[in-house]
Design a protein around this ligand. Structure first.
Ligand SMILES: Nc1nc2c(c(=O)[nH]1)N[C@H]1C(S)=C(S)[C@@H](COP(=O)(O)O)O[C@H]1N2
Ligand SMILES: [Mo]
Length: 384
Protein backbone atom coordinates (compact mmCIF):
# COMPACT_ATOMS: atom_id res chain seq x y z
CA UNK A 1 0.00 0.00 0.00
CA UNK A 2 1.47 3.43 -0.84
CA UNK A 3 2.21 5.55 2.27
CA UNK A 4 -0.49 8.08 1.64
CA UNK A 5 -3.13 5.43 1.24
CA UNK A 6 -1.87 3.59 4.31
CA UNK A 7 -2.16 6.76 6.41
CA UNK A 8 -5.65 7.37 5.09
CA UNK A 9 -6.52 3.80 5.90
CA UNK A 10 -5.35 4.19 9.50
CA UNK A 11 -7.09 7.52 9.96
CA UNK A 12 -10.32 6.33 8.43
CA UNK A 13 -9.71 2.79 9.63
CA UNK A 14 -12.77 2.36 11.78
CA UNK A 15 -15.04 4.01 9.23
CA UNK A 16 -13.60 1.79 6.48
CA UNK A 17 -14.04 -1.34 8.57
CA UNK A 18 -17.60 -0.39 9.35
CA UNK A 19 -18.23 0.24 5.66
CA UNK A 20 -16.71 -3.11 4.69
CA UNK A 21 -18.71 -4.89 7.38
CA UNK A 22 -21.83 -3.19 6.05
CA UNK A 23 -21.02 -4.22 2.51
CA UNK A 24 -20.44 -7.82 3.51
CA UNK A 25 -23.59 -7.84 5.57
CA UNK A 26 -25.76 -6.58 2.74
CA UNK A 27 -23.73 -8.38 0.08
CA UNK A 28 -21.84 -6.45 -2.54
CA UNK A 29 -23.91 -6.27 -5.67
CA UNK A 30 -21.93 -5.85 -8.85
CA UNK A 31 -25.24 -5.32 -10.64
CA UNK A 32 -27.43 -3.44 -11.22
CA UNK A 33 -25.76 -0.44 -12.67
CA UNK A 34 -25.30 2.45 -10.22
CA UNK A 35 -26.68 5.85 -11.21
CA UNK A 36 -24.14 7.86 -13.17
CA UNK A 37 -22.06 4.74 -13.83
CA UNK A 38 -20.04 4.71 -17.05
CA UNK A 39 -18.41 1.70 -18.62
CA UNK A 40 -14.88 2.37 -19.85
CA UNK A 41 -14.36 0.29 -23.01
CA UNK A 42 -11.36 -2.04 -23.13
CA UNK A 43 -8.58 -1.07 -25.53
CA UNK A 44 -8.39 -4.65 -26.79
CA UNK A 45 -11.52 -5.44 -28.75
CA UNK A 46 -12.36 -8.61 -30.65
CA UNK A 47 -11.99 -8.43 -34.42
CA UNK A 48 -14.93 -8.94 -36.72
CA UNK A 49 -16.53 -12.38 -36.38
CA UNK A 50 -14.69 -14.51 -38.97
CA UNK A 51 -17.38 -17.17 -39.08
CA UNK A 52 -20.83 -15.59 -38.70
CA UNK A 53 -22.61 -18.70 -40.01
CA UNK A 54 -21.25 -20.78 -37.11
CA UNK A 55 -20.97 -18.19 -34.32
CA UNK A 56 -23.96 -15.92 -33.61
CA UNK A 57 -24.69 -13.38 -30.88
CA UNK A 58 -21.55 -13.48 -28.77
CA UNK A 59 -21.56 -12.01 -25.27
CA UNK A 60 -20.24 -8.45 -25.28
CA UNK A 61 -18.31 -8.43 -22.01
CA UNK A 62 -18.71 -4.68 -21.39
CA UNK A 63 -22.50 -5.13 -21.59
CA UNK A 64 -22.60 -7.81 -18.88
CA UNK A 65 -25.05 -6.40 -16.35
CA UNK A 66 -27.27 -9.32 -15.39
CA UNK A 67 -26.61 -12.67 -13.72
CA UNK A 68 -28.89 -14.43 -16.21
CA UNK A 69 -28.11 -13.87 -19.89
CA UNK A 70 -31.36 -12.95 -21.68
CA UNK A 71 -32.31 -15.34 -24.49
CA UNK A 72 -31.95 -12.71 -27.21
CA UNK A 73 -28.38 -12.03 -26.06
CA UNK A 74 -27.36 -15.66 -25.61
CA UNK A 75 -24.65 -16.91 -27.95
CA UNK A 76 -25.43 -19.61 -30.49
CA UNK A 77 -23.08 -22.04 -32.18
CA UNK A 78 -24.11 -24.26 -35.10
CA UNK A 79 -21.55 -26.34 -36.94
CA UNK A 80 -24.03 -27.48 -39.56
CA UNK A 81 -27.41 -25.85 -40.18
CA UNK A 82 -29.87 -24.33 -37.69
CA UNK A 83 -32.95 -26.47 -38.31
CA UNK A 84 -36.46 -25.11 -37.77
CA UNK A 85 -38.44 -27.98 -36.30
CA UNK A 86 -42.22 -28.40 -36.18
CA UNK A 87 -42.91 -29.74 -32.70
CA UNK A 88 -46.09 -31.49 -33.89
CA UNK A 89 -44.24 -33.89 -36.16
CA UNK A 90 -41.15 -34.12 -33.92
CA UNK A 91 -40.39 -36.93 -31.49
CA UNK A 92 -37.34 -38.30 -29.71
CA UNK A 93 -36.23 -41.91 -30.23
CA UNK A 94 -34.34 -43.75 -27.52
CA UNK A 95 -32.92 -46.99 -28.85
CA UNK A 96 -29.90 -49.13 -29.51
CA UNK A 97 -28.82 -51.49 -26.73
CA UNK A 98 -31.94 -51.11 -24.61
CA UNK A 99 -34.63 -53.60 -23.58
CA UNK A 100 -37.50 -51.27 -24.45
CA UNK A 101 -36.96 -48.60 -27.13
CA UNK A 102 -38.94 -45.42 -26.47
CA UNK A 103 -40.47 -42.78 -28.68
CA UNK A 104 -41.36 -39.61 -26.80
CA UNK A 105 -43.30 -36.58 -28.02
CA UNK A 106 -42.66 -33.14 -26.59
CA UNK A 107 -45.90 -33.51 -24.57
CA UNK A 108 -44.62 -36.86 -23.17
CA UNK A 109 -41.38 -35.19 -22.12
CA UNK A 110 -43.12 -32.19 -20.58
CA UNK A 111 -45.44 -34.51 -18.63
CA UNK A 112 -42.43 -36.05 -16.88
CA UNK A 113 -40.92 -34.58 -13.67
CA UNK A 114 -39.60 -31.08 -14.23
CA UNK A 115 -36.13 -30.07 -13.08
CA UNK A 116 -34.41 -26.70 -13.39
CA UNK A 117 -30.79 -25.71 -13.22
CA UNK A 118 -28.94 -22.43 -13.65
CA UNK A 119 -25.90 -23.41 -15.66
CA UNK A 120 -23.24 -21.37 -17.41
CA UNK A 121 -22.46 -22.80 -20.83
CA UNK A 122 -19.15 -21.92 -22.45
CA UNK A 123 -17.98 -23.00 -25.89
CA UNK A 124 -14.66 -24.81 -25.51
CA UNK A 125 -13.47 -22.81 -28.51
CA UNK A 126 -13.89 -19.56 -26.58
CA UNK A 127 -10.15 -19.10 -26.65
CA UNK A 128 -9.67 -15.39 -26.45
CA UNK A 129 -8.39 -12.62 -28.64
CA UNK A 130 -8.42 -11.74 -31.35
CA UNK A 131 -11.65 -13.33 -32.41
CA UNK A 132 -13.59 -15.47 -30.01
CA UNK A 133 -14.21 -14.35 -26.42
CA UNK A 134 -17.98 -14.13 -26.11
CA UNK A 135 -18.99 -17.80 -26.46
CA UNK A 136 -20.51 -17.95 -23.00
CA UNK A 137 -23.85 -17.36 -21.29
CA UNK A 138 -25.76 -18.22 -18.16
CA UNK A 139 -29.36 -19.42 -18.29
CA UNK A 140 -31.99 -21.14 -16.20
CA UNK A 141 -32.67 -24.36 -18.10
CA UNK A 142 -35.73 -26.51 -17.48
CA UNK A 143 -36.47 -30.02 -18.62
CA UNK A 144 -36.71 -33.56 -17.38
CA UNK A 145 -33.80 -35.63 -16.05
CA UNK A 146 -32.25 -38.00 -18.59
CA UNK A 147 -31.29 -40.80 -16.18
CA UNK A 148 -34.80 -42.10 -15.39
CA UNK A 149 -35.55 -42.25 -19.15
CA UNK A 150 -32.46 -44.38 -19.76
CA UNK A 151 -33.50 -46.53 -16.80
CA UNK A 152 -37.00 -46.92 -18.21
CA UNK A 153 -35.57 -47.95 -21.59
CA UNK A 154 -33.42 -50.50 -19.73
CA UNK A 155 -29.84 -50.19 -20.94
CA UNK A 156 -28.30 -53.62 -21.58
CA UNK A 157 -25.05 -54.61 -19.84
CA UNK A 158 -23.21 -54.27 -23.14
CA UNK A 159 -24.36 -50.64 -23.52
CA UNK A 160 -21.40 -48.50 -22.51
CA UNK A 161 -21.84 -45.45 -24.72
CA UNK A 162 -24.79 -43.07 -25.13
CA UNK A 163 -24.86 -41.16 -28.41
CA UNK A 164 -26.92 -37.99 -28.86
CA UNK A 165 -27.89 -37.15 -32.45
CA UNK A 166 -29.05 -33.71 -33.53
CA UNK A 167 -31.48 -33.06 -36.39
CA UNK A 168 -28.90 -30.79 -38.01
CA UNK A 169 -26.73 -32.21 -40.78
CA UNK A 170 -23.56 -31.30 -42.58
CA UNK A 171 -20.91 -32.46 -45.02
CA UNK A 172 -18.10 -34.38 -43.41
CA UNK A 173 -15.02 -35.70 -45.15
CA UNK A 174 -12.35 -38.07 -43.95
CA UNK A 175 -9.65 -39.35 -46.31
CA UNK A 176 -11.56 -39.61 -49.60
CA UNK A 177 -14.89 -40.48 -48.02
CA UNK A 178 -17.57 -37.82 -48.21
CA UNK A 179 -20.59 -38.10 -45.95
CA UNK A 180 -23.68 -36.21 -44.86
CA UNK A 181 -23.85 -36.66 -41.11
CA UNK A 182 -26.09 -35.54 -38.32
CA UNK A 183 -24.40 -33.68 -35.50
CA UNK A 184 -23.49 -36.32 -32.90
CA UNK A 185 -21.77 -36.38 -29.54
CA UNK A 186 -21.56 -39.14 -26.99
CA UNK A 187 -20.91 -39.81 -23.32
CA UNK A 188 -20.07 -42.92 -21.38
CA UNK A 189 -23.15 -44.54 -19.83
CA UNK A 190 -21.87 -43.54 -16.36
CA UNK A 191 -21.54 -39.87 -17.41
CA UNK A 192 -24.94 -39.91 -19.12
CA UNK A 193 -26.54 -41.11 -15.86
CA UNK A 194 -25.46 -37.95 -13.97
CA UNK A 195 -28.69 -36.83 -12.25
CA UNK A 196 -27.95 -33.25 -13.38
CA UNK A 197 -28.30 -34.05 -17.11
CA UNK A 198 -31.53 -32.72 -18.56
CA UNK A 199 -33.58 -33.17 -21.67
CA UNK A 200 -34.25 -29.46 -21.81
CA UNK A 201 -37.21 -27.69 -23.44
CA UNK A 202 -37.15 -24.34 -21.66
CA UNK A 203 -34.62 -21.52 -21.35
CA UNK A 204 -35.20 -18.65 -18.91
CA UNK A 205 -38.93 -19.41 -18.74
CA UNK A 206 -39.53 -19.46 -22.50
CA UNK A 207 -39.58 -22.44 -24.81
CA UNK A 208 -36.10 -23.18 -26.10
CA UNK A 209 -35.30 -20.66 -28.86
CA UNK A 210 -34.51 -22.15 -32.28
CA UNK A 211 -30.83 -21.09 -32.23
CA UNK A 212 -30.43 -22.88 -28.89
CA UNK A 213 -32.00 -26.18 -29.93
CA UNK A 214 -35.81 -26.04 -30.18
CA UNK A 215 -37.66 -28.22 -29.31
CA UNK A 216 -35.23 -30.21 -27.15
CA UNK A 217 -31.56 -30.15 -26.23
CA UNK A 218 -29.33 -31.96 -23.83
CA UNK A 219 -28.07 -29.98 -20.86
CA UNK A 220 -24.87 -31.82 -19.97
CA UNK A 221 -24.28 -30.32 -16.56
CA UNK A 222 -20.67 -29.35 -15.97
CA UNK A 223 -19.52 -29.95 -19.56
CA UNK A 224 -18.31 -27.58 -22.23
CA UNK A 225 -20.90 -26.37 -24.77
CA UNK A 226 -20.19 -29.02 -27.39
CA UNK A 227 -21.65 -31.80 -25.18
CA UNK A 228 -24.97 -29.95 -24.90
CA UNK A 229 -26.49 -31.38 -28.09
CA UNK A 230 -29.24 -29.21 -29.58
CA UNK A 231 -32.21 -30.08 -31.85
CA UNK A 232 -32.16 -33.61 -30.39
CA UNK A 233 -33.50 -36.34 -32.62
CA UNK A 234 -32.29 -39.63 -31.22
CA UNK A 235 -30.42 -41.15 -28.30
CA UNK A 236 -28.70 -44.40 -29.13
CA UNK A 237 -26.94 -46.75 -26.71
CA UNK A 238 -23.94 -48.54 -28.22
CA UNK A 239 -21.28 -51.04 -27.17
CA UNK A 240 -18.14 -49.16 -28.28
CA UNK A 241 -16.72 -45.67 -27.82
CA UNK A 242 -18.07 -43.30 -30.46
CA UNK A 243 -15.64 -41.33 -32.68
CA UNK A 244 -17.64 -38.73 -34.62
CA UNK A 245 -16.18 -35.56 -36.11
CA UNK A 246 -17.06 -33.61 -32.95
CA UNK A 247 -15.83 -36.30 -30.55
CA UNK A 248 -12.55 -37.45 -31.95
CA UNK A 249 -11.48 -35.68 -35.12
CA UNK A 250 -12.18 -32.10 -34.10
CA UNK A 251 -12.82 -30.67 -30.64
CA UNK A 252 -9.60 -32.48 -29.78
CA UNK A 253 -7.23 -30.87 -27.30
CA UNK A 254 -3.58 -31.58 -28.06
CA UNK A 255 -1.11 -31.02 -25.27
CA UNK A 256 2.59 -31.66 -24.86
CA UNK A 257 3.29 -33.20 -21.46
CA UNK A 258 6.60 -34.03 -19.85
CA UNK A 259 6.94 -37.58 -18.53
CA UNK A 260 10.31 -38.50 -17.00
CA UNK A 261 12.10 -36.06 -19.29
CA UNK A 262 10.29 -37.23 -22.39
CA UNK A 263 7.70 -35.27 -24.31
CA UNK A 264 4.41 -37.04 -24.69
CA UNK A 265 1.70 -35.70 -27.01
CA UNK A 266 -1.69 -36.15 -25.40
CA UNK A 267 -4.86 -35.87 -27.49
CA UNK A 268 -8.15 -35.76 -25.64
CA UNK A 269 -11.76 -35.12 -26.62
CA UNK A 270 -13.13 -31.85 -25.21
CA UNK A 271 -14.93 -32.77 -22.01
CA UNK A 272 -15.87 -31.19 -18.72
CA UNK A 273 -15.64 -27.46 -18.16
CA UNK A 274 -12.45 -26.10 -16.62
CA UNK A 275 -11.94 -23.39 -14.02
CA UNK A 276 -11.89 -19.95 -15.61
CA UNK A 277 -12.60 -16.28 -14.99
CA UNK A 278 -12.45 -13.05 -16.95
CA UNK A 279 -12.67 -9.35 -16.21
CA UNK A 280 -15.92 -8.18 -17.84
CA UNK A 281 -15.74 -4.42 -17.52
CA UNK A 282 -14.38 -1.43 -15.66
CA UNK A 283 -16.95 1.08 -14.50
CA UNK A 284 -16.53 4.65 -13.32
CA UNK A 285 -18.92 6.41 -10.97
CA UNK A 286 -17.67 9.91 -10.19
CA UNK A 287 -14.08 9.41 -9.08
CA UNK A 288 -14.60 5.73 -8.18
CA UNK A 289 -13.56 2.87 -10.45
CA UNK A 290 -14.69 -0.74 -10.19
CA UNK A 291 -13.61 -3.90 -11.99
CA UNK A 292 -16.42 -6.41 -12.50
CA UNK A 293 -16.06 -9.92 -13.85
CA UNK A 294 -17.22 -13.52 -13.83
CA UNK A 295 -15.76 -16.89 -12.77
CA UNK A 296 -17.05 -20.33 -13.72
CA UNK A 297 -16.15 -23.89 -14.73
CA UNK A 298 -15.59 -25.27 -11.20
CA UNK A 299 -16.92 -24.63 -7.69
CA UNK A 300 -15.38 -21.18 -7.15
CA UNK A 301 -13.91 -20.35 -3.76
CA UNK A 302 -12.45 -16.95 -4.63
CA UNK A 303 -11.21 -14.69 -7.39
CA UNK A 304 -8.12 -12.51 -7.39
CA UNK A 305 -7.29 -9.57 -9.63
CA UNK A 306 -3.94 -8.25 -10.71
CA UNK A 307 -3.61 -4.68 -11.97
CA UNK A 308 -0.43 -4.15 -13.99
CA UNK A 309 2.33 -6.03 -12.14
CA UNK A 310 1.05 -5.25 -8.63
CA UNK A 311 0.23 -8.01 -6.12
CA UNK A 312 -2.99 -10.02 -6.59
CA UNK A 313 -5.94 -8.57 -4.69
CA UNK A 314 -9.03 -10.50 -3.56
CA UNK A 315 -12.23 -9.63 -5.41
CA UNK A 316 -15.58 -9.68 -3.66
CA UNK A 317 -18.03 -12.30 -4.86
CA UNK A 318 -21.56 -11.08 -5.39
CA UNK A 319 -23.73 -13.47 -3.40
CA UNK A 320 -27.00 -11.71 -4.20
CA UNK A 321 -27.71 -14.09 -7.08
CA UNK A 322 -25.84 -17.35 -7.27
CA UNK A 323 -26.29 -20.97 -8.20
CA UNK A 324 -24.04 -24.00 -7.88
CA UNK A 325 -23.38 -24.47 -11.60
CA UNK A 326 -23.54 -20.81 -12.61
CA UNK A 327 -20.81 -18.24 -12.99
CA UNK A 328 -19.98 -16.16 -9.97
CA UNK A 329 -20.03 -12.41 -10.50
CA UNK A 330 -17.25 -10.59 -8.69
CA UNK A 331 -16.00 -7.04 -8.30
CA UNK A 332 -13.05 -5.10 -7.00
CA UNK A 333 -12.99 -1.40 -6.27
CA UNK A 334 -10.00 0.16 -7.98
CA UNK A 335 -8.78 3.03 -5.84
CA UNK A 336 -7.19 5.99 -7.60
CA UNK A 337 -5.93 4.44 -10.83
CA UNK A 338 -3.23 6.60 -12.37
CA UNK A 339 -4.04 8.11 -15.76
CA UNK A 340 -2.65 6.04 -18.62
CA UNK A 341 -2.77 2.44 -19.79
CA UNK A 342 -3.21 -0.48 -17.44
CA UNK A 343 -3.66 -4.24 -17.63
CA UNK A 344 -6.29 -6.11 -15.64
CA UNK A 345 -5.98 -9.89 -15.11
CA UNK A 346 -8.16 -12.20 -13.05
CA UNK A 347 -7.69 -15.70 -11.71
CA UNK A 348 -10.24 -18.01 -10.12
CA UNK A 349 -9.43 -20.46 -7.33
CA UNK A 350 -11.70 -23.45 -6.73
CA UNK A 351 -12.92 -24.85 -3.43
CA UNK A 352 -10.43 -27.70 -3.93
CA UNK A 353 -7.53 -25.25 -4.37
CA UNK A 354 -7.21 -25.45 -8.15
CA UNK A 355 -5.92 -22.16 -9.59
CA UNK A 356 -6.85 -20.93 -13.05
CA UNK A 357 -3.55 -21.31 -14.95
CA UNK A 358 -1.48 -18.36 -16.17
CA UNK A 359 -0.98 -18.10 -19.93
CA UNK A 360 2.64 -19.24 -19.53
CA UNK A 361 1.68 -22.27 -17.41
CA UNK A 362 2.69 -25.41 -19.40
CA UNK A 363 -0.94 -26.53 -19.23
CA UNK A 364 -1.76 -23.59 -21.51
CA UNK A 365 1.57 -22.76 -23.15
CA UNK A 366 2.02 -26.38 -24.29
CA UNK A 367 -1.53 -26.75 -25.52
CA UNK A 368 -1.49 -26.75 -29.31
CA UNK A 369 -5.17 -26.56 -30.24
CA UNK A 370 -7.31 -23.68 -29.07
CA UNK A 371 -9.95 -25.83 -27.36
CA UNK A 372 -10.39 -25.69 -23.58
CA UNK A 373 -8.49 -22.40 -23.26
CA UNK A 374 -8.98 -21.61 -19.60
CA UNK A 375 -5.84 -19.52 -19.11
CA UNK A 376 -5.96 -16.21 -17.25
CA UNK A 377 -7.47 -13.39 -19.29
CA UNK A 378 -5.65 -10.03 -19.37
CA UNK A 379 -7.49 -6.95 -20.64
CA UNK A 380 -6.07 -3.54 -21.46
CA UNK A 381 -7.60 -0.24 -20.50
CA UNK A 382 -6.80 3.48 -20.58
CA UNK A 383 -7.74 5.66 -17.64
CA UNK A 384 -7.92 9.32 -18.58
N1 LIG B 1 -27.03 -30.28 -32.69
C1 LIG B 1 -26.07 -29.43 -32.35
N2 LIG B 1 -25.80 -29.23 -31.04
C2 LIG B 1 -24.83 -28.37 -30.67
C3 LIG B 1 -24.04 -27.68 -31.63
C4 LIG B 1 -24.34 -27.91 -33.01
O1 LIG B 1 -23.71 -27.35 -33.91
N3 LIG B 1 -25.37 -28.78 -33.32
N4 LIG B 1 -23.04 -26.84 -31.22
C5 LIG B 1 -22.48 -27.13 -29.89
C6 LIG B 1 -21.54 -26.14 -29.43
S1 LIG B 1 -20.02 -26.14 -30.17
C7 LIG B 1 -21.81 -25.30 -28.40
S2 LIG B 1 -20.65 -24.26 -27.78
C8 LIG B 1 -23.17 -25.26 -27.78
C9 LIG B 1 -23.68 -23.85 -27.77
O2 LIG B 1 -24.98 -23.77 -27.27
P1 LIG B 1 -25.86 -22.52 -27.68
O3 LIG B 1 -25.82 -22.40 -29.16
O4 LIG B 1 -27.20 -22.72 -27.10
O5 LIG B 1 -25.17 -21.32 -27.04
O6 LIG B 1 -24.08 -26.09 -28.47
C10 LIG B 1 -23.56 -27.34 -28.84
N5 LIG B 1 -24.61 -28.19 -29.35
MO1 LIG C 1 -18.58 -24.95 -28.95
Amino acid sequence: MPDLQRREFIVQGSAVLAAIAGLYASGVNAFPTQTGEKVIPWLDQPTENPNPAVIQTQLVWEDLDTFITPNDKFFSIAHFNRPTIDEKSWSLDIGGLVKKPLKLTLADIKARPRQEVVFTVECSGNHGFPFFTGGIGNARWAGTPLAPILQEAGVLDSGIEVVFFGTDKGDVEIRDIKMQQNFARSMSFADAMNPGNLLCYEMNGASLPTPNGFPLRLIALGWYGIANVKWLKEIEVRDTRFMSLLMARDYVTIREEEHNGETRWIETSVGRARIKSAPAKVTQTGSGYRIIGAAWGAPIDRVEVQIDQTPWKPAIIDHSEEAEHAWKIWSLDWANPSPGEHTVTSRAISTTGQIQPAMDDPLIAKKHTYWESNGQVTRHIRIS
